[in-house]
Design a protein around this ligand. Structure first.
Ligand code: PSU
Ligand code: MN
Length: 305
């Protein structure tokens, strides 16, 4: 499937790979524009693309440049999203606005999955998913990632959701939305910085081939939901769980005191945690991301057969 629409550009490498049925892995860019500090964001973006290529897969970093949704950003464009001052956070609903106002934007998991699927890419890796925020029963703050993934048949590798969110409520919503969640070699839902969030997952898979079989079964049933592969960080490299819980409590208090709400919440909490852990959380974050990119590349190969 290659749905082209005005305001969409596909990179040459990516287009060639799609035409040839070669494996492609989609990567998001909000993690670059809003999730990681500069200049580390650029290093991470380029390293992960190199990591994907070394695995024999074509990387498609996705973002919005001057209003154009680009699937397979060129290096200069990645650099621009990593360094420009006025890059907005683009979820699905922001795509038309970014287009007509010619903005630069980092695409969220939702917008990235939407664009990847629209161009025929079947596998994507990210760090952490958006989910249900704490206090959502009052604020209604639930990431558009969830609703979008309910109708975007892609295979998505993440390390679960960060514990800045309400993990239990997020898992409930994933169930309501008919989005399959499987642990990669685990029956525990990962908590991003920590290998085990404390919540169980009913099903696990053991290999990239298992993930590909799951996606094929989903497709054969005509289901439109994403398949989520929950890939925990190596327990030896996780953030110390007690330290993690303490910093998290401080971050939530600070957000509350500063009156932070809506789509500013995630970047605020992530930045707070980064500072409060003296950069330790950042190193874990990058470890988590590398692991998800590596597994995503393997799954992309398995899916391409
Ligand atoms: N979780 C992280 N880091 C991130 C994000 C989530 O650990 O950078 C980004 C992702 O791009 C995700 C988005 O799709 O935040 C969700 O934001 P919101 O809750 O506003 O939908
Ligand atoms: Mn939100």
């Amino acid at each position: 499937m290659q749905t082209q629409f005005p305001g969409l550009r596909i990179g040459d490498d990516v287009q060639r790979a799609l035409d040839a049925g070669a494996p492609v892995l989609a990567l998001e860019s909000t993690i670059l524009s809003h999730g990681l500090p500069s200049p580390r964001n650029l290093a991470v973006a380029l390293e992960s693309e190199a990591q994907v290529r070394a695995a024999g897969v074509v990387p498609a970093t996705i973002g919005v440049v001057d209003g154009v949704a680009v699937v397979g950003l060129a290096e200069a464009e990645i650099e621009r999203l990593c360094t420009a001052g006025d890059v907005i956070k683009v979820s699905v609903r922001d795509l038309p606005i970014a287009q007509v106002q010619r903005r630069d934007g980092g695409t969220t998991v939702a917008a990235t999955a939407f664009l990847a699927h629209a161009t025929g890419i079947r596998v994507m890796s990210t760090g952490g998913l958006g989910g249900v925020h704490r206090g959502a029963s009052e604020t209604f703050d639930e990431s558009a990632d969830l609703g979008t993934l309910a109708r975007t048949p892609i295979t998505l590798v993440s390390a679960g959701v960060k514990s800045i969110l309400d993990i239990g409520a997020t898992l409930e919503r994933l169930e309501t939305l008919n989005i399959p969640v499987v642990g990669y070699r685990t029956n525990r839902y990962p908590g991003f910085y920590i290998a085990d969030s404390g919540f169980p997952i009913d099903y696990r898979i053991e290999s990239p081939a298992d993930a590909a079989a799951l996606a094929a079964a989903r497709d054969a049933l005509g289901l439109e939901s994403a398949v989520l592969i929950a890939n925990p960080v190596d327990a030896a490299k996780q953030l110390d769980p007690e330290f993690h819980d303490r910093v998290l409590a401080e971050a939530l208090d600070a957000a509350d005191a500063a009156g932070i709400t809506g789509h500013d919440t995630t970047p605020f909490l992530l930045e707070f945690v980064q500072r409060a852990t003296g950069g330790q959380s950042l190193e874990v974050n990058l470890e988590v991301y590398r692991g998800n990119v590596a597994l995503g590349a393997e799954i992309a190969r398995a899916v391409a057969g």
